[in-house]
Ligand binder design. Structure first.
Ligand code: GLN
Length: 288
């Protein structure tokens, strides 16, 4: 069987399973199996695919046909132009989250070098790793309640060569963090893309998300806002005066989160994503 035959058959299987972009995904899976880039497929349609490779390819095509996200099949996702390893224990990094990273990166430019950042619920580490990568001399603390997620995040930090700038801590939100002893231990920025899907929305999630991505990374309590409530209250004790709290929020949550922040934060900004949806909420900690 050659590359072209493998693609044609793979595309057929994915089409029959109503997968949205069958040609793209069959290509991604074939590249993953034979270890080549996309252009190879176009140029070498007649190259022979070894039998073992063809078997592995069709096994993976079957997984995709059943609905497993392609990122869990290949074990990879790009985020902020960096490569991340992903698996079913972590949320697949989303493009929308890049807005949060870009906003924090932009804000950090106005700060003195040695910016201290806390990332709550780091998952794959996509936020922590890209901030450590793009903000020079940043020091990032990344926490997660899942040890498996922390292992993947630490691996991703090594992949991007920023492991010496990030400290990974197993913690339920702020639970295992030491109370800051002085100004130097406070953070300039606390960032989080917490689980924010409400009970009602969990039922309507796309099957691919609901059946494959970790519920603990998605579910944010009855109204989806549980983690914002907790983080907003507790963050004050960990932020420097005028330090930034920056959240990703779900569809329709920005105003609610803004309201919750009003007492303890000022200069609250809501930033839209590429589809025009309010996606990021930031505010600066009030000093008394
Ligand atoms: N911080 C990770 C991300 O943005 C994980 C988020 C989560 O699991 N809710 O992808």
């Amino acid at each position: 069987m050659n590359v072209q035959d493998a693609l044609t058959k793979g595309i057929q299987i994915l089409k029959a399973a109503h997968i949205e972009a069958p040609a793209v995904e069959a290509g991604v899976i074939l590249c993953d199996v034979i270890g080549c880039d996309k252009s190879f497929l176009y140029v070498h349609g007649d190259a022979i695919v070894a039998r073992e490779d063809a078997e592995r390819y069709f096994d993976k095509i079957e997984l995709r046909a059943k609905g497993m996200p392609v990122q869990y099949i290949t074990g990879r996702q790009e985020f902020m132009s960096l490569g991340f390893t992903v698996g079913p224990k972590v949320l697949i990094p989303r493009q929308d989250t890049e807005i949060l990273v870009e906003e924090v990166t932009r804000y950090s430019k106005g700060l003195k070098a040695g910016v201290r950042i806390l990332d709550i619920g780091t998952g794959s580490g996509c936020i922590a790793v890209s901030l450590a990568y793009y903000i020079r001399d940043a020091f990032v603390v990344a926490v997660d309640i899942s040890c498996e997620a922390l292992e993947i995040a630490a691996h991703n930090a090594r992949l991007s060569g920023v492991d010496s700038s990030i400290s990974f801590i197993h913690s339920d939100l702020f639970g295992s963090l030491c109370a800051p002893a002085g100004d130097k231990e406070l953070f300039d920025i606390i960032v989080s893309n917490p689980p924010y899907i409400s009970l009602h929305e969990m039922k309507g999630l796309q099957a691919e998300v609901r059946d494959y991505e970790p519920a603990s990374a998605l579910y944010g309590g009855a109204d989806g806002l549980d983690f914002y409530r907790k983080i907003i209250t507790e963050a004050c004790g960990f932020l420097k005066a005028d330090g930034l709290l920056a959240f990703e929020v779900g569809y329709g949550q920005a105003e609610e989160v803004e309201k919750m922040m009003k007492n303890n934060y000022y200069d609250i900004c809501i930033i839209k994503d590429l589809s025009g949806i309010n996606r990021v909420v930031t505010g600066k900690a009030r000093t008394n």
